[in-house]
Design a protein around this ligand. Structure first.
Ligand code: SF4
Length: 511
């Protein structure tokens, strides 16, 4: 999230700067003057009916966790830091960038760490966050004596500070207003998207004829390939294997060749496993219910939703990264686990044109609500309602979980060309198992060939989801070898070589 400075907070809260005449850009960030900037967190449970408050010894009352900015200009950062200090909670999700409260709060004279602190005012900003109620909490012993979930509609009975009661009530009112607006905006999505989709949908080969087989093949292909690049693969695949029976009967080597360049070869293998099940157990007819589809190899929640809604017009959502991005922006949702939760909430707003609605969400993500900070909001059918755009936080959504570190593996790869062709072997383990590869090893090796002439070495990197290969390719011309050699024609026409190795292959070239 961006830095939430004071002026940002005013803007998001829809407040004029003149509202807080006592604000001083420099002075308020220290504890010297009469007004101190503070940030607080209104920590709600997921159903938004309880709030996590701390019992603050200075105030003799339950209140929200919060504390002094002490020089920090980012009010979010302070609210998050103070939450952790006062409740022990580290996992909190921002509910909205709109502050629930901005205003001056009186602090009576008190003693802290044995020192008298004169009466002063807090210029406080409070944000709503969502916390899992099951999170363990702990009390900050020197300042507080309790941390407790309180019913949101009974906060007044837990506060002994009369001036705070209307503020808490105002926060609850504002929170519910934001919640209602999020729900309203969510419900408008099908009404905005379907007319837009009718006018703007792209002519894509898998949209030309409705069939479960076509939807399924295209969805599996597009899981790892951009639509533009996927079109040619899809058309070639359908030309060669126009029916589920053809796919079930296809020799594995041919299937791998058709899949070459798409990567993730297990997906092609699962495609065939499923085709065989459909032919043998379902008489070649796709089951039309989502639950049965999910039992088939390689068909998860997303693909099952896509097939049942697009091919069978059932109200089953298909939520992938694109759809999460679109919906997180429209509803200003910062939840890193949003994908899981969207299946049930989306189901509730599915219109009768289920297939078109699924595709309209995908289409919006593909051509308008683009990733990496460039959504084309001006062209978007949701531009009036989208909360991400209205609050100018669209580029901070979706929130992503912390990235897992990629493991780096070093390999020496041998490109051995003989008069018969190129030395290749089948991979027996790990990623790309079953594919053809150039011989490769963790260390340099002496290999069995004669008339060796090394032509040169080149460095390559290939990045998979969780592993990165740093490869040195050693180019060799040899007269003879006992290793398995394949002709260039066979390599071009029949063998599937994953792109990690394919990019190293140089036919008859001098290095
Ligand atoms: S208005 Fe912008 S951010 Fe919102 S859905 Fe449309 S393109 Fe995405």
């Amino acid at each position: 999230m961006e830095r939430m400075t004071f002026s940002m907070c005013l803007k998001r809260a829809g407040i004029e700067k003149s509202f807080l005449r006592e604000y001083d850009e420099e002075e308020n960030y220290t504890r010297e003057g009469e007004v101190h900037c503070t940030s607080s967190a209104f920590l709600c449970n997921e159903s938004l009916d309880k709030v996590l408050f701390v019992y603050h010894n200075i105030y003799d009352s339950y209140t929200w966790p919060g504390g002094h900015n002490d020089g920090e200009r980012d009010f979010f950062k302070v609210a998050i830091r103070e939450t952790e200090e006062e409740t022990g909670i580290k996992n909190l999700t921002l509910y909205s960038a709109i502050p629930l409260h901005m205003g001056l709060l009186p602090v009576k004279e008190h003693v802290k760490n044995g020192k008298k602190v004169p009466a002063h005012k807090h210029l406080n900003i409070t944000f709503a966050f969502v916390v899992d109620e099951r999170e363990k909490v702990k009390v900050k012993e020197d300042e507080n004596s309790d941390v407790r979930w309180l019913p949101m509609d009974k906060l007044a009975s837990f506060s002994s500070e009369p001036h705070m009661i209307p503020i808490f009530e105002e926060c609850v009112r504002k929170l519910k207003e934001i919640q209602r607006e999020k729900e309203r905006v969510f419900r408008t999505i099908p009404f905005n998207l379907l007319p837009w989709y009718d006018k703007n949908k792209r002519d894509l080969p898998w949209r030309r004829e409705k069939s479960a087989y076509r939807t399924w093949v295209s969805e599996i292909m597009l899981q790892q390939t951009r639509v533009e690049a996927g079109k040619a693969y899809y058309e070639r695949f359908l030309r060669e294997l126009p029916t589920v029976e053809d796919l079930a009967a296809c020799p594995e080597e041919k299937l791998m060749k058709l899949w070459e360049g798409l990567g993730y070869y297990n997906r092609a293998k699962n495609l065939q496993k499923t085709a065989k099940i459909i032919v043998n157990e379902y008489g070649g007819v796709f089951p039309n219910d989502c639950e049965t589809l999910k039992t088939l190899p390689g068909i998860g929640e997303y693909t099952a939703g896509a097939i049942s809604s697009i091919a069978f017009e059932q109200k089953e959502p298909a939520v992938d990264g694109n759809v999460v991005r679109v919906l997180s922006r429209i509803t200003e949702n910062y939840d890193v686990d949003l994908k899981k939760k969207l299946f049930s909430s989306l189901k509730a707003i599915y219109p009768d044109r289920a297939g078109d609605f699924t595709q309209s969400l995908m289409e919006l993500g593909a051509i308008v609500c683009l990733p990496n900070g460039v959504p084309l909001c001006e062209k978007c059918p949701m531009k009036e309602d989208c909360l991400g755009r209205r609050l100018e936080v669209e580029n901070f959504l979706p929130s992503l979980p912390p990235k897992r570190e990629r493991r780096v593996e070093t390999l020496f790869v041998y490109h051995i060309e003989t008069p018969e062709g190129l030395v290749l072997r089948k991979r027996t383990k790990g990623v790309l198992k079953g594919m053809w590869e150039l011989p490769n090893f963790e260390e340099e090796k002496e290999l069995p060939f004669e008339g060796k002439r090394e032509l040169g070495r080149k460095e390559f990197t290939h990045v998979f989801t969780h592993v990165e290969w740093k490869m040195t390719c050693i180019y060799v011309k040899a007269e003879k070898t006992t290793m398995e050699t394949h002709s260039w024609q066979e390599i071009e026409e029949a063998l599937s070589i994953p792109s990690a190795f394919k990019k190293m292959i140089r036919k008859g070239e001098k290095m």
